[in-house]
Design a protein around this ligand. Structure first.
Ligand code: GLN
Length: 484
């Protein structure tokens, strides 16, 4: 059953060939047997999942034919779940049980999905390798010596290992797309505002966006359908009507104009990754698309701007974890200052502390203009580059990451080389544009991702192009050894 995509499982459930209970038990058994050395889940909610599956089967018998009814999913542990632990990968929230569900969680629940548990992640979603989790690193199922990417590394590893057909992720600077690329999956970061951030623990509020990770564009379209929409509890969620993301998947790519940024194919990009990306662009051309060279002149400023804006917002968001309002509290505090200091010192890991210090510095009175304000201006220039590109083309395509997955430990002592992983992903967050990654080749036994960026609220076109590519290729069908 686990070799089927989510869309195929949906059809099998609809025809009565399988039940949600069978599917749920099958995945729970796989988690039990296979997750030990992957470490992709922090919490497994087996008993609740079985109950939800039985309820889904009863609903279906009573005539409910919702497409996601009875399909298992795992939530990234950044989404608050009522009565279930929500750690955000941190000691700070080691014992936190949220009193409510995040909007994404309640929407998927309403759609009838069965929650199997909570996925491991980099602490507070800060990282590109899942090595920053308080609950330990996650292994990449394609090569267990390698990282699965981050921060949604648990989500990606568990879907790649077929421990669930799909998982949720969040993407502040690439955390859905980069792990999708490293683990051979399809993942989409929607337009900023498309998916509610209510109940999604904040990292950098102007960049954070939730989205799905699954095997195909078709699966992502179905999941996004259930996740998207305006939410009165998130004032930044958009009024824009939610289209039918699946309805245009079949449309041929004839006439589609794809922009290929010159700046993407320069220093820093691995040659083998570049050649996978080039051949998939040639495939897109065969499918009827036209390729056009475009320029994003401020591409080299994306990483510096992101690593000022994201830590600045993080330093402010994370101030609520002080041992009083939220989070871990130290033992035997001498006075209030000692309580704050030691609670935060014990609760946060080193990468989170680094971000808080960088962010606090960038926002401080003497440096605000030089760093934060400057970064905000650069951010506008980056958005303008895309606006210019989208005046001529429908989509922008390129690599998702400069290299395939790297070995655990290879970059953990060098934050700057770790940050350079995000070279091609952060621009979609800085500008708010939707962007998808899907498998487009293999290098030394590891998957490579192709990134497609669309104009604001044009997820339909992004998903359509990815679907058509997946009809013509089989990269998305490959599974790691020992997983079949
Ligand atoms: N790797 C980036 C960072 O560490 C992006 C993380 C994310 O998207 N949550 O900030």
């Amino acid at each position: 059953m686990h070799e089927k995509t989510l869309a195929e499982q949906s059809r099998l459930l609809a025809s009565g060939e399988i039940s949600s209970s069978e599917l749920t038990n099958h995945y729970l058994e796989r988690i039990e047997r296979l997750d030990g050395d992957l470490n992709s889940l922090i919490t497994v909610t087996g008993a609740a999942a079985k109950k939800a599956a039985t309820a889904a089967d009863e609903k279906r018998k009573a005539g409910d034919d919702s497409p996601l009814l009875g399909i298992p999913i795992v939530q990234k542990d950044i989404f608050c779940t009522k009565d279930v632990l929500t750690t955000c990968g941190s000691r700070m929230l080691e014992n936190f049980v949220a009193p409510y569900d995040a909007t994404v969680v309640s929407k998927l629940d309403t759609a009838g999905m069965v929650n199997l548990g909570k996925a491991n992640m980099d602490e507070f979603a800060m990282g590109s390798s899942n090595e920053n989790s308080y609950f330990g690193p996650v292994a990449n199922p394609w090569n267990r010596k390698c990282v699965p990417g981050g921060s949604s590394g648990g989500s990606a590893a568990l879907v790649a290992a077929r421990l669930a057909p799909a998982a949720t992720g969040t993407d502040t600077g690439g955390s859905i797309r980069q792990p999708a690329a490293f683990c051979g999956l399809t993942g989409i970061k929607p337009t900023y505002g498309r998916v509610s951030r209510y109940g999604m623990i904040a990292f950098a509020s102007s960049l954070d966006q939730g989205g799905p990770l699954a095997h195909t564009a078709e699966d992502c379209a179905m999941l996004l359908q259930a996740m998207a929409g305006e939410d009165e509890r998130d004032s930044t969620s958009s009024h824009e009507p939610v289209p039918d993301f699946s309805s245009s998947l079949q449309q041929p790519l004839t006439g589609l104009k794809i922009g290929v940024p010159e700046e993407y194919f320069s220093a820093g990009l691995d040659d083998a990754v570049a050649s996978c990306v080039q051949s998939s662009l040639a495939e897109m051309e065969k499918l009827g698309a036209t390729l056009k060279s475009v320029s994003l002149p401020n591409q080299s400023l994306c990483i510096p701007a992101y690593y000022v804006v994201a830590p600045a917002e993080a330093s402010s968001n994370l101030s609520r974890f002080d041992g009083v309002r939220f989070g871990h509290r130290c033992e035997n505090a001498q006075d209030i200052e000692d309580l704050y200091k030691r609670s935060r010192d014990e609760g946060f890991g080193s990468e989170v502390k680094r971000r808080i210090m960088i962010g606090t510095y960038a926002l401080s009175a003497g440096y605000y203009d030089a760093y934060y304000l400057k970064a905000q201006k650069v951010r506008r220039l980056i958005s303008d580059d895309f606006a210019n590109a989208f005046a001529d083309v429908d989509l922008v395509a390129g690599p998702t990451t400069p290299t395939p997955a790297f070995e655990t430990g290879a970059k953990s002592d060098d934050p700057v080389s770790m940050y350079l992983n995000d070279l091609y992903t952060v621009s979609a967050n800085l500008s708010g544009l939707p962007a998808l990654s899907m498998p487009c080749g293999m290098v030394d036994g590891l998957p490579v991702g192709l990134q497609l960026l669309g104009n604001y609220f044009d997820e339909v076109r992004v998903l359509n192009a990815a679907y058509q590519f997946q009809q013509a290729t089989d990269w998305h069908t490959l599974a790691p050894n020992g997983i079949e």
